[in-house]
Design a protein around this ligand. Structure first.
Ligand SMILES: [Zn+2]
Length: 1057
């Protein structure tokens, strides 16, 4: 036994212990230097390089050439496969033997044709355990393969993580050898590091801190690194310390292994597939060695990838899921963005996700999981409820730049009043390492002290995968119950939330959206991705509706369930929180554009197929099938194709048709057939009655006035809006002395996260873009449509052209815009100063809308200087308002009385080319009297986004118009019509409706389809046992509360034969 320590110098004692475990200093004589013993080179090493990502079976057939330690390989995104032949020296019998492998890139070890472990230096995985204890009769020679991807855990950014990838980067193998591993040394190192952490973390006014320090010091005294027989005494000292337990009131930390894998970000989708394999196979290996280890894994898409590419690994994941160690969480297809996806798309994230988890792992997830997403819609609580989930975990609001969120554990009440239990791990991270510092931070940082005595602690390398290590587990296991620290248990999210639920009486409630006060540029960055997302949401909506109608009306029609599932999954994939947000590298953006193109082209094929089925068997000449896919009647000017590729304008349906077929009285979705050849539509498309007939644009002094009898639009000679009048009331919508349609350019240089962030100070750099007088010209002269157009030079490099269009009967004026955009760190917006005063503006969100302030009173107000909206925003005072609609934009703001739509950004990282080039988009302005609800703003925004379809009818189109559904209340939107998901319900449709005004309402749904039974169901289409709805005269009565979403299962009658 060493002499009692005579001194009590804090610093020297602490640093002495630090040097004893240092990987840098005194490794010739300290404990760290003894971690490994004898070494031995591998017997043979060979490799081949490929730009592809071949499977194991393909790879082992390839031509391996001799390789050496020190060799370099690459470039970026290539793969180097190594064959490693090794022979363990006989003298090592009885020892633990590792393959020590250090290389750049991300490695995966294959043994006997199966992946067994990831090897990534950045993820602290540089050794593969060949044997825990080499037996005398164990085979000592074997061949392994190591598949090394030429990218780091976080891609291959040139100079900084988020810089665009360096395509020329080369990678090096710096170590490949066998070594004896001293497990006892490792355990002592873990203890000493923990003791140091406790000493430092608890500090000098805490006696437990000194106990830890002196225990560590005493361990150094008794431990001779060169004499393993001295280790047990040191271990006993540590065990005595860690075995001193805390009291009953100790906080409990639930440590769950995790590995956040961005589905695509600084690397392409295909690399993510391999990241999953590397990370999860490593987690499985840890589960085998540590039966108490629990690992939470989200994102069905990633599991689906592994299932198809690594079936053996997938079976093992299923096996460990049965044991409760591999825990699927989240319930969604990917960890999607929480702001931009439509309500229906969010439902589909869960529908596709939960069904996958049920099918592959025997149960659905009970926790929603979005640790890294950039804000959370106020409709998520209701959507979660509808998908069987009452618990939600995230931590991203800890990134708030302005306000510190007041809770870590709380109830979240959504737009409709649905409540879920939310937990933010108080350590503000999902990539913990198991250190004492993090454990202490979790307790100290908890903003619900005294209310919630349990916290989540997610450990493991993340973002680019990696996951937990044995060392992390060793630390956490050692800290299970030690006086001075919280209790630490390896636990599952279910256990955590159950503990929180059982004592939730004192928790606070947060109402409305969880807005992230950062990353507000992601509503705008990569405009083409946003546009693809919006368009594809529309296409899938239309395909499902038409296919459902075809299913109901035709015996022959086969609903394209498998294709639609494929296309939906593709859309959902691109709603991942670094794709639709535009925060990905160029390679990913290009892949996303290909995915959208797939959805468009396949979607259009499916639309045609459904149209053909709907036309079959009906009398009437061939022509066009005009389809309104929205649930209310519409009369709109539409461009109808003429032979030879030209178009002509027509009013659809013509007033005559409306009267004849009753389209005015009921609604929809309308299925109106062009009665004859396309020309017939045009012929019938006469300008309606006097007050609405107009508009030859009038032109005086270079300005142009458009007037359709509903609104009158006056443009100045440069295309700016000087007046917008609601004709009936004479009310002016543009602020006095101000001009609307004013393009403005801002300097847009964030602090770091280029593609993500627009900072508050950008507002101080506002520069109006001024055009030249005389550029405004009349486009269409009038009749059904009047328009004017102009060119605008935005900067020496960028220009814009715009057509301002006003149609007969239309309550809004549209601005078709084309921009050639070549900028760096600039932000383009368009502004409309309104003659409206209100302290709140309204923005559309998923299945509803919400208000945000138009002023900067408090820090919570001004932190929302840039917000997101879906298809419309509105600024209203009593009796009058102005709405701004859009067809593919998401960034917005209203400050004072200025409505502003965010159009284009020009960030340079991680994609140097982001948003450069040509863009096309449309926004529209709708002044209205009364409330926006009564004025039909919601319907107008739908119309702008869902144009009437004119589909070629290969066989005779129905001669008469027909409407499948109609609703008695304008407050209710029929959002979705689709076939039921379950294969046993192939002749059932699912309808999704929501209350859009924010009101309690009773509503009749009229059906003209052959329905035999109607049942309420949840968002996962599970029937509500008490949900049978009486069907009287083809009508159903539905009762809604504000913003409530309802789903119905309609069982169709068998078709007539
Ligand atoms: Zn992420």
């Amino acid at each position: 036994m060493a002499a009692a320590p005579a001194l009590k110098h804090w610093r020297t004692t602490l640093e002495r212990v630090e040097k004893f475990v240092s990987p840098v200093y005194f490794t010739d004589c300290n404990l760290r230097g003894r971690l490994f013993g004898a070494t031995c080179p591998v017997a043979a090493l060979s490799s081949f390089l490929t730009p592809d990502r071949p499977t194991y079976e393909e790879a082992v057939q390839r031509d391996f050439r001799p390789a050496q330690v020190g060799c370099s390989f690459g470039p970026t995104w290539w793969t180097c496969w190594f064959r490693v032949e090794l022979t363990i020296p006989e003298a090592w019998v009885g020892q633990e033997v590792h393959l020590c492998w250090e290389s750049d890139g991300e490695g995966l070890v294959w043994r006997d044709g199966e992946p067994v472990q990831g090897l990534t230096k950045e993820g602290e995985k540089t050794s593969y355990v060949l044997t825990d204890r080499l037996g005398e009769r164990d085979p000592r020679s074997l061949t392994l393969y190591v598949e090394v991807a030429c990218n780091g855990l976080l891609g291959a950014g040139k100079g900084s993580i988020i810089a665009a990838p360096d395509p020329e980067k080369m990678f090096q193998l710096s170590r490949a050898e066998l070594a004896v591993f001293h497990r006892d040394v490792h355990m002592l190192l873990v203890d000493l590091e923990l003791l140091l952490g406790i000493a430092k973390g608890l500090g000098k006014d805490n006696q437990r801190s000194f106990q830890a320090l002196y225990t560590a010091n005493q361990m150094v005294n008794v431990c001779d690194p060169a004499q393993p027989e001295t280790f047990p005494v040191a271990q006993a000292l540590a065990s005595r310390f860690f075995g001193q337990h805390g009291g009953e009131s100790q906080h409990t930390i639930h440590a769950t292994g995790h590995c956040h894998i961005d589905t695509a970000w600084l690397w392409p989708f295909k690399e993510t597939v391999r990241k999953c394999a590397r990370s999860w196979v490593t987690a499985l290996q840890l589960m085998e060695r540590n039966p108490e280890f629990i690992f939470a894994c989200s994102q069905a898409q990633q599991l689906e990838w592994v299932k198809s590419r690594y079936p053996g690994l997938h079976s093992r994941l299923q096996e460990f899921a049965c044991r409760g160690q591999f825990v699927p969480v989240g319930g969604t297809w990917v960890e999607m963005d929480g702001n931009l996806p439509s309500g229906e798309a969010m439902v589909r994230q869960f529908l596709q996700g939960q069904n996958f988890f049920l099918q592959e792992f025997g149960k659905m997830c009970s926790e929603f999981w979005l640790p890294d997403t950039f804000g959370y819609s106020a409709q998520l609580p209701q959507i979660m409820h509808g998908c069987g989930i009452r618990r939600f975990l995230t931590q991203k609001l800890s990134w708030n730049l302005v306000n510190s969120f007041p809770h870590h554990t709380f109830f979240w009440e959504g737009l409709d009043g649905s409540r879920v239990l939310v937990h933010f791990p108080p350590g503000d991270s999902y990539v913990m390492q198991g250190s004492v510092e993090e454990v202490l931070k979790t307790v100290a940082n908890n903003r619900d002290k005294g209310r919630a005595n349990h916290s989540a602690f997610l450990f493991g390398f993340g973002d680019g995968g990696g996951g937990p290590t044995q060392t992390m587990l060793d630390r956490l296991k050692r800290l299970s119950n030690t006086d001075g620290l919280p209790r630490v248990q390896l636990s599952s999210p279910r256990q955590l939330f159950s503990a929180l639920e059982s004592d939730s009486g004192q928790l606070c409630t947060w109402v409305g959206e969880l807005f992230l006060e950062l990353h507000n540029g992601t509503y705008t960055t990569h405009a083409q991705i946003k546009k693809g997302n919006r368009e594809c949401e529309r296409i899938l909506h239309d395909v499902e509706l038409l296919s459902s109608l075809a299913l109901a009306r035709s015996t022959q029609f086969l609903y394209p369930a498998a294709q639609l599932q494929h296309l939906w999954r593709l859309l959902l994939l691109n709603q991942f929180h670094d794709v639709v947000t535009g925060s990905c590298i160029q390679m990913v953006a290009e892949e996303a554009m290909c995915h959208y193109e797939d959805i468009r082209s396949h979607g259009n094929t499916l639309l045609s197929a459904a149209a053909a089925a709907l036309c079959a068997g009906e009398p009437g000449p061939e022509g066009l099938l005009i389809v309104n896919t929205l649930p209310w009647k519409r009369t709109e000017v539409m461009a109808l194709p003429k032979p030879g590729g030209a178009h002509s304008l027509g009013l659809t349906p013509s007033p005559g048709d409306s009267a004849q077929h009753g389209l005015c009285s009921c609604s929809s979705p309308h299925l109106a057939a062009a009665p004859a050849a396309p020309a017939a539509c045009v012929r019938s498309a006469r300008a309606p009655t006097d007050s609405a007939s107009r508009p030859p644009p009038t032109k005086t002094d270079g300005s142009v006035t458009l007037d359709n009898g509903i609104i009158r639009v006056k443009l100045d000679p440069t295309g700016r809006l000087t007046s917008l009048v609601l004709v009936a009331s004479g009310r002016e919508a543009i602020a006095e002395g101000a001009v609307g349609n004013q393009f403005v350019l801002f300097d847009d240089v964030p602090l770091y996260w280029d593609a993500w962030d627009v900072m508050d100070y950008h507002l101080e750099t506002r520069k109006p873009v001024l055009g030249q007088a005389g550029t405004l010209a009349v486009g269409t002269e009038g009749g059904l449509r009047g328009s004017a157009w102009f060119l605008l030079q935005i900067s020496p490099n960028s220009r814009l052209s715009q057509e301002v269009v006003l149609d007969v009967g239309c309550p809004y004026v549209r601005f078709h815009t084309e921009v050639h955009w070549h900028e760096a760190h600039k932000f383009l917006k368009v502004e409309f100063p309104a003659r409206v005063r209100s302290s709140q503006a309204t923005y559309e969100i998923q299945f509803g809308h919400l208000q945000r302030p138009t002023h900067y009173n408090t820090s919570w107000d001004w932190a929302r200087f840039e917000v997101w909206a879906h298809r419309w925003m509105d600024l209203s005072e009593h009796g009058f308002g102005l709405a701004l609609l859009n067809d593919c934009k998401y960034g917005a703001s209203v400050r004072g009385s200025i409505l502003s739509l965010s159009l284009l950004r020009a960030p340079k990282a991680p994609d140097f080319t982001a948003d450069m080039g040509r863009h096309e988009f449309t926004y529209a302005l709708m002044p209205h009297k009364g409330s926006f609800q009564d004025a039909g703003v919601i319907q107008a925004a739908y119309s702008l986004n869902f144009p009437l379809l004119a589909l070629p009818a290969p066989s005779p189109a129905p001669a008469t118009s027909w409407s499948a559904f109609s609703l008695s209340s304008p407050a209710v939107v029929l959002e979705t019509v689709k076939q039921a998901e379950s294969s046993s319900q192939r002749r059932s449709l699912v309808l999704r409706l929501y209350e859009a005004h924010g009101s309690h309402v009773d509503c009749w749904l009229h059906l003209s389809l052959p329905v035999q039974e109607a049942i309420l169901c949840d968002l996962l289409e599970r029937p509500d046992p008490a949900g049978h709805l009486p069907l009287r005269d083809s009508r159903l009565k539905l009762t809604f509360s504000p913003f409530q979403v309802l789903s119905l299962l309609l069982v169709l009658q068998s078709p007539p034969h």
